[in-house]
Design a protein around this ligand. Structure first.
Ligand code: PEP
Ligand code: CO
Length: 454
């Protein structure tokens, strides 16, 4: 039975009555309210039509008819809002999806961790250096990285700057995707300049050539004008951690029921904020968007059943995605009881694997890294375990970049710990680089061929 607090009383700000983890303490709540008011009057970043279309596609993925490819940076920064970062990110996701569609024989839902992934959970609220204690850096949406009292003070105006950065990025992505760039007749647009000598390049090109041939064949056969085909949907997602920002763009829309979060298509609840009694779950239960929850080793079957009861009461197709992240050593123990818990509810969720976040470690030289073998190992086990329970793993959630970085070890080029320093650029979590991402797509395509049918 839903309690009173979980029925009728929801509003975009009802989360304020619940304990809210991971929130900064602002100096002036009046200023926060003023910023929320301003953002709520600005045009939305996404529309309810797009959100509903994504929910329908996620419903297909939950039935094993599509595959969700969700990826991007651990955190976006305001400074890296450049043409190159955006196009490289888009290119790698397009290339991966092309491999999945062609070699894995599944339509793909492309979702970026983009245009709003500006806030991060922190294990400590404060940081101490040389005897000075200041608030931790929580992402560009909240405060600044420099270790000074002024920079670390949470600044509500940064929410406005974040909203604007998200709009700038989305504007460029929409322009690229809507015309030309994402057209698979011109796969050369997706090439990344530095990859000609990559061990992955030749296999990828073979796939690309074969797609070009199939397209020409289809066009010849069906007489379709390629410019009339709309090829690529691209959706946005971010961790809905900073609740004032999420609240600001939560609106009603004409001729549709309920409230939509119009700052992103697909927000998710992070592992550290998934308490069923907490403010994040309260906020998420009231929005119409498809939503995801990160599920880590600490989640019990009882807690998961409670989350499903609150967040997925009507078993609406496509509504709830569970992104599990246990690590390659623990997935075998952690995942089966949670699959059984979901099955006991009789409801359908989309299962997605994040093989990155629980496979992180620090090298002797102090680099935060992930071993590509652990990443693929967790994914490999995820496909097997879901298949044993008669479900399809329906998606993957990864941190990647189209840039030529050296942050995760392993992969076809055999990057080792000593090689990390060549181009380690992440200030947060280590990302798969271009080659590792393509290699992962080829791996997933093979798994989809083996396990892709319900
Ligand atoms: C993340 O996705 O960057 C993240 C912090 O993940 P999690 O909540 O799973 O730790
Ligand atoms: Co991360």
């Amino acid at each position: 039975m839903a309690t009173k607090a979980e029925t009728g009383e929801w509003s975009p700000s009802s989360w304020r009555a619940k304990p809210a983890a991971q929130q900064p303490v602002y100096r002036s709540e009046a200023e926060v309210a003023g910023v929320i008011e301003q953002i709520s009057k600005l045009p939305p970043l996404v529309t309810s039509w797009e959100i509903d279309a994504l929910r329908a596609q996620l419903a297909e993925a939950a039935r094993g008819e599509r595959f969700l490819l969700q990826g991007g940076d651990c955190a976006e920064s305001f400074d890296e809002c450049t043409s190159n970062t955006i196009t490289n990110q888009l290119k790698i996701l397009l290339q991966m999806s092309l491999v999945l569609v062609h070699d894995g024989d599944k339509p793909v839902i492309r979702v970026g961790r983009v245009a709003g992934q500006f806030a991060k959970p922190r294990s400590e609220a404060f940081e101490t250096r040389s005897g000075i204690t200041l608030p931790s850096y929580r992402g560009d949406l909240i405060n600044r990285t420099e270790f000074t009292a002024e920079a670390r003070e949470p600044d509500p105006q940064l929410m406005l700057r974040g909203y604007e950065r998200a709009a700038l990025k989305l504007n460029f992505i929409r322009a690229l995707v809507g015309r030309g760039f994402a057209d698979p007749h011109h796969l050369e647009y997706w090439d990344l300049a530095f990859v000609t000598d990559s061990p992955m390049a030749e296999e990828y090109r073979r796939t690309a050539r074969s797609i070009g041939e199939s397209l020409r064949f289809m066009e010849g056969l069906l007489g379709v004008n390629p410019s009339e085909l709309r090829w690529v949907d691209f959706f946005t997602s971010h961790e809905g951690i900073h609740l004032p920002y999420e609240q600001a763009q939560t609106r009603r829309v004409p001729r549709r029921e309920g409230w939509y979060n119009l700052s992103t298509h697909f927000p998710w609840i992070g592992m550290r904020t998934a308490d069923p009694g907490g403010a994040h779950v309260e906020y998420f239960r009231g929005i119409r968007n498809p939503i995801a929850v990160k599920v880590g080793p600490a989640v019990t079957p009882a807690a998961l059943i409670e989350l499903i009861r609150i967040l997925h009461p009507d078993d609406e197709p496509g509504r709830l995605t569970l992104i599990h992240r246990f690590g390659s050593e623990r997935i075998g123990d952690c995942l089966p009881p949670l699959i059984e818990a979901v099955q006991s509810t009789g409801k359908t969720v989309l299962w997605c694997c994040d093989p990155m976040h629980a496979n992180t470690r620090v090298t002797a030289d102090g680099y935060k890294t992930r071993n590509f073998e652990d990443v693929l190992g967790e994914l490999d086990q995820a496909f097997d375990i879901h298949a044993e329970y008669g479900v399809c793993l329906g998606g993957v959630h990864i941190e990647l970049t189209g840039d030529d970085v050296t942050e995760c070890i392993g992969g076809a080029r055999g990057l080792d710990e000593a090689g990390l320093k060549r181009a380690y650029r992440s200030s947060l979590d280590p990302r798969l680089n271009y080659e590792q991402s393509i290699e992962m797509a080829m791996f997933i395509a093979r798994e989809l061929r083996a396990f892709g049918r319900p």
